[in-house]
Ligand binder design. Sequence first.
Ligand SMILES: Cc1ncc(COP(=O)(O)O)c(C=O)c1O
Length: 428
Amino acid sequence: MNDLLRRDLKHIWHPCSQMKDYADGILPLIAIDRGEGAYLIDVDGKRYLDAISSWWVNLLGHNNPRIVRAVREQAATLEQVIFAGFTHMPAITLAERIVSIAPKGLSKVFFADDGSSAVEVAIKMAFHAEFNRGHNRPLVVSLQNSYHGETLGALAAGDVDIYKRTYAPLLFRTVQAKSPALCGDAEAIEDMRRILEANARQVCAVIVEPLVQCAGNMAMYDPGYLKALRLLCDEFDIYLIADEIAVGFGRTGSMFACDQAGIAPDLMTLSKGLTGGFLPLSLTLATEDIYAAFYDDYLKDRSFLHSHSYTGNAIACAAANATIEYLMEGEILRGNRAKIEALKNGLAKIARISGVKGARQCGMIAAFDVTGFEKEARVGACIAREALKNGIVLRPLGATVYFMPPFVITADEIERLCDTTARIVEKL
Ligand SMILES: Cc1ncc(COP(=O)(O)O)c(C=O)c1O
């Protein structure tokens, strides 16, 4: 183990990790020196294709020059100002841009720092809007197999057992409806109807990850479910929260996943790709109707008093503006069409390998499951390790391997990624 890693392990506690894995070398800890487009380069100069966009955040490549410039200029002008009582151009521009591309009706923008916080904000807004209208509706309904983050409120809304089970005694009560990704649209909608009927006066919001339950093993479903869910929420007068933190900004092939269903939620959460992967920032978008439930004289006690110290950070907003400007020009998303095709071809080759099941794709997300291994074999860790040896960053979710590359990847690089992964899986 080199000196840098020894120093890291002496003090740093990494996320989503059993630290002993690093110490034992079961998973290597790689010290990255710099990024360049779709690549990460370690301190020894080895290049790795970042096939997971560094936890799904990096849309436009590492060190993207346009975002670098925007961040640099903003840092030299205004880095941060308290966002209560003050505003600034980068935040105003960002709010205007987001509203111009978001599903219709989402015209109010609340700022926070990360995805989990945006989800907490959305849940609090939904509950509080109803509360301000004289209704006590503390129940949130989500989908089985869903993931909405890991702060306590966001964790309560999610359903991925490994993250949730230990903290169950700390979490507020939520109800999970069947997931269309696991049982099909019709059964899932019927189950949602049953739950809403049974709890109609209790439920303030339904929260879903549109089209792809990413942390839930990249489980995918059709836009038709979202259409039916929108109608159901209207019927029961319940807010629909679309958590687009992982799927927003072109990841599924359209600017937002909801666009493919032609629906507009009442609240929408955004983060991850929002700043092109440069800085932590999240947004919760709300309708005028929700906003109006809070708008009153201060002493009436109806304000939304949620805050974070770094809310509306000016440098993060500048990074987001550069990212969105880039995406709005259209060339990147148009260019993704050929890459989506390349991903499809590569995935088709992998799907032919014996033991590979459930090959699936939604835009720039492709996934498959590797079967026939005991849990103890930790096949995901084994694939991640082999991929690193081959200069590729993969982070399987258990036995589910997925690709979620930055949009600057080329079709040739996608082919190499799929061919190399196929070779690794064949040799397992
Ligand atoms: C759909 C979804 N919601 C919320 C989150 C939480 O975001 P963060 O990790 O920034 O707190 C994630 C993270 O993966 C996510 O995929």
